[in-house]
Design a protein around this ligand. Structure first.
Ligand SMILES: *[C@@H]1O[C@H](CO)[C@@H](O)[C@H](O)[C@H]1NC(C)=O
Ligand SMILES: *[C@@H]1O[C@H](CO)[C@@H](O)[C@H](O)[C@H]1NC(C)=O
Ligand SMILES: *[C@@H]1O[C@H](CO)[C@@H](O)[C@H](O)[C@H]1NC(C)=O
Length: 212
């Protein structure tokens, strides 16, 4: 009996060691920043998310002039190397992009509900504890030098983009941020300027909880 128990303990410890080794080898999952560090939180959530909901002002009947929310693949850089700027791969054939040609102003939202974090912690997507970020600004086509940054960021995280049909005339764009809105705790929305957002260090290590 005792022998069985100690065998099991040894097995358990061995498995634990393997698990810890694997976690360390993966560099560990970067932690969610403390909620009071709102600029870091915004950078963190934008970097974690591979897609966003983007609202434009519709140019299409029967909702002309009304908000129109649609899903887009985004990337602000390869994992662990986010620039803060959400890049997108767009075509003028796309319904929301047609809106942007008339009015480039848009709103982009991303949420930790898109990771395992909120479910694992029992946070409803609408709870402020399930951090979500809204960006205001406009969508701008990028120039050739920035397009190479956008391409590396997008194709690295969305490899099937490489095979999207060339006759759609895809181009690289960025979300040019004018205001950041952060819902990451009770007490209402907090705002972050683009300057604060871009000077924050999203992935600094600390004793927070990870996104798994
Ligand atoms: C991070 O991005 C910078 C600039 O885009 C690049 O020079 C650097 O090699 C990248 N680092 C990693 C680890 O990908
Ligand atoms: C391209 O755009 C970036 C970012 O807006 C800017 O810093 C850079 O000077 C531009 N390059 C050229 C050649 O216009
Ligand atoms: C881009 O965003 C900056 C603020 O970060 C703003 O000053 C600028 O006017 C915006 N550019 C366009 C073309 O909307």
């Amino acid at each position: 009996m005792n022998h069985m128990c100690s065998q099991r303990s040894v097995m358990f410890l061995a498995l634990l060691a393997v698990f810890l080794t694997l976690s360390v080898a993966r560099g560990g999952a970067p932690s969610v920043p403390p909620h009071e560090e709102v600029a870091r939180m915004a950078r963190f959530v934008v970097h974690k998310c591979d897609w966003a909901s983007m609202a434009t002002i519709s140019t299409h009947d029967p909702v002309k002039g009304q908000p129109f929310s649609n899903t887009f693949s985004i990337s602000d850089g390869l994992a662990g190397n986010g620039t803060g700027t959400p890049y997108m791969y767009l075509t003028h054939m796309e319904i929301s992009v047609q809106d942007l040609q008339v009015n480039p102003q848009a709103s982009l939202s991303v949420s930790l509900a898109q990771t395992h974090y909120c479910k694992n912690h029992g946070f409803d997507p609408q709870s402020p504890l399930c951090a979500h970020i809204i960006l205001s600004g406009s969508v701008l086509q990028v120039n050739d030098s920035e397009a190479s940054v956008a391409k590396a960021a997008l194709f690295g995280r969305h490899p099937e983009m490489i095979d999207w049909p060339t006759d759609h005339n895809w181009f690289f764009a960025k979300f040019n941020i004018t205001q950041v809105w952060v819902l990451d705790y009770f007490g209402g929305v907090k705002t972050v300027t683009p300057e604060e957002y871009y000077s924050a260090a999203p992935l600094r290590t600390h004793a927070g909880s990870d996104t798994r």
